[in-house]
Design a protein around this ligand. Sequence first.
Ligand code: HEM
Ligand code: HEM
Length: 196
Amino acid sequence: MESYSGLARAIHWAVAVLVLAMIPAGLVMVQDGLPRPVQNGLFIFHKNVGVVVLLLMLVRLGVRRLRPPPDLPAHLPGWQRRAAAASHAGLYGLAILVPVAGYVRVRAGGFPVEWLDTLGVPALVPRSDALAQAAQTTHYVAALTFAALIGLHVLAAFYHGVLRRDGVFGRIWPPVGRAGAERAASGPPGDGGAPS
Ligand code: HEM
Ligand code: HEM
């Protein structure tokens, strides 16, 4: 069975690790009573890494256009194909909407995104409290929806990778190096895809 390209796999797992750190960081940093240095550190991490997630997702969409994902295994029922297509579209949409809304909330509110400032990238939205407020609400609602969809996505990955072992997980694993499916396709007959 074919797998995702090496670059698509690497970006998928980099984004997974970063987003799974961003969500708790975001939820913790808005709590009252945190020590100031901890809160500042979390905000700096959250804002700066969030913009990196956005850029990685844009690269990933570009890679996807150049090399579309392989077909799903033929035995998968239609409802699972439709569920996969819908949830992946939702994940792409939210992985872009959430950081964009965060960026607008911060920039329209007049706050820095440190690494962009260091590079001299100007704010791409005007300073506006109304805009910052709308973006804050959007960021909040979209981030919680995103977290719920990631939960479903991870459950689906567990179902395919651990319960069914139907080859779907191997399409996107490992993050670097050749995928098992590619090894199996190119290895000598009968080696079961073992590294040579
Ligand atoms: C521990 C966390 C995660 C696991 C175990 C996981 C697992 C997987 C697996 C097995 C696939 C392949 C599905 C297929 O063959 O079509 C996949 C695809 C995908 N994953 Fe994840 N994932 C995780 C986190 C995330 C996160 C945080 C995002 C957020 C953006 C994400 C977005 C996607 C997308 C958009 C696809 C479809 C790729 C495409 O068709 O271009 N994943 N994931
Ligand atoms: C994938 C990327 C991101 C995820 C998953 C994420 C998730 C979250 C979550 C769960 C919260 C806590 C809920 C809330 O109070 O709104 C939060 C808050 C926040 N995020 Fe993000 N975020 C991301 C990207 C960004 C970016 C790129 C920025 C800014 C450059 C940003 C700025 C903020 C700010 C300022 C808050 C505090 C909200 C407030 O003003 O009360 N986020 N984020």
